[in-house]
Ligand binder design. Structure first.
Ligand SMILES: C[S@@+](CC[C@H](N)C(=O)[O-])C[C@H]1O[C@@H](n2cnc3c(N)ncnc32)[C@H](O)[C@@H]1O
Length: 370
């Protein structure tokens, strides 16, 4: 599939050993928004959650988010007859914010059915939005090559490309579950790096501006990069150890990671952690060195002088230190040429000034006005 450039800031290029990737078509600044993307396909993760919970919890089939827009329904609203929350009258499983969301869902991914058993409902809930999207593209039918093989191939592609819309952050929960999966056509071109230079922010539970949806997301630069540099995301939290990163990448995405960080960590013992190494580095690295290192990442060969460096600097500066968060910090967008020294966490939403003082202690959600 060939792809037009998603914006003047990025271009899609063939990267040796990685397929296509996103490359900076001009120098990019820390905090700069390089992409806004909307899903072409969105489906609930709930059937999978239900299957795994059904043996242990009788309330497992109760939604805690709207099954159309995927916004969180506050616990007090669920099943509360005074609220606008509605249960699907057909399946009696799915909850919606209000009658608009229910009616939109019934006309699209949640059309009515008779009375199939739970496993059939779960499979149908998973497949129906996928097949509906093909219907809308008029691709259905053997004359167009629609077959079981094609369905399998689409499901495999879906697994490699889907982004999870996660449950909100909680300090008491180190395993956030997924509410929904979305296919974002441009963001699918970002390759993975274990020390990413950009990260994704979503604001699913916020009220979007008129021309966007709550399931749209943005990709923001973590730090400056020069023109021609590949822009990469991390496909999972950056704190994972080398062995578990490699396992996830081969099992879930089918490749072995050879990024700079993996090359360094492949020599570490299993007991070494990024935090330990970062702390050791912190003791020997003063502020001036940090500045020099930050600047060096805009050079063409950023890591040649000190192969161990990127870990220490990245974890000190760009990893959220809130309990159980493991989110990545990126600056808010620059104002003109002036960089912003407020960093936002892409998991818990915490804002910090660049010198690490909390500026909104206790505030879990932020609204972003660009
Ligand atoms: C979301 S897609 C990224 C775009 C993809 N390269 C393409 O050409 O469509 C994820 C796939 O890209 C490849 N990929 C991503 N990051 C990689 C990396 N660091 N090294 C090698 N392959 C990578 C893997 O095949 C992975 O399953």
């Amino acid at each position: 599939m060939s792809m037009a450039a998603p914006s003047s800031l990025l271009k899609v290029e063939e990267i040796q050993g990685r397929g296509r990737g996103m490359v900076a078509s001009q120098p990019l600044k820390a905090g700069q928004i390089v992409l806004r993307d909307s899903p072409i396909l969105l489906y609930s993760a709930l059937p999978l959650v239900r299957q795994s919970l059904s043996s242990s919890s009788s309330s497992a089939s109760t939604s805690c988010f709207c099954d159309h827009c995927f916004r969180i329904l506050s616990p007090s609203l669920q099943g509360d007859s005074s609220s606008s929350t509605v249960l699907c009258p057909n399946c009696r499983h799915h909850c919606f914010c209000n009658s608009n969301c229910l009616s939109n869902a019934l006309n699209s991914s949640h059309s009515s059915w008779g009375s199939p058993d739970d496993s059939t409902i779960a499979a149908a809930q998973f497949l129906h939005p996928l097949i509906s999207s093909l219907c809308s593209l008029a691709l259905i039918g053997p004359q167009n090559g629609f077959s079981l093989e094609l369905t399998s191939a689409i499901l495999a592609k879906d697994k490699l490309n889907a982004f999870g819309i996660m449950q909100p952050f909680s300090e008491h929960d180190d395993q956030r579950s997924v509410r929904a999966y979305g296919i974002y056509p441009y963001a699918s071109f970002f390759n993975h790096d274990c020390l990413p230079n950009a990260c994704r922010f979503d604001y699913v539970d916020a009220n979007p501006s008129d021309d966007s949806h709550n399931t749209d997301f943005i990709i923001r630069m973590i730090h400056d990069v020069p023109q021609g540099r590949e822009i990469c995301l991390s496909y999972f939290p950056v704190n994972e150890k080398y062995s578990s990163r490699q396992k996830r990448l081969i099992e879930d995405y089918g490749f072995t990671c050879n990024c700079d960080r993996c090359n360094v960590e492949s020599n570490w013992s299993d007991n070494d952690s990024v935090e330990d190494n970062a702390e050791e580095e912190e003791e020997v690295m003063d502020e001036d060195q940090c500045e020099t290192m930050a600047a060096s990442d805009t050079d063409d060969h950023p890591h040649e002088d000190n192969n161990d460096f990127p870990h220490a600097y990245f974890f000190l500066k760009y990893m959220c230190d809130r309990t159980n968060c493991w989110g990545t910090l990126a600056p808010l967008p620059p104002q003109g040429d002036t960089p912003c020294n407020v960093m936002e966490c892409n998991v818990c939403g915490k804002l910090k000034s660049d010198n690490t003082f909390d500026i909104d202690e206790g505030q879990d959600e932020v609204s972003m006005e660009d």
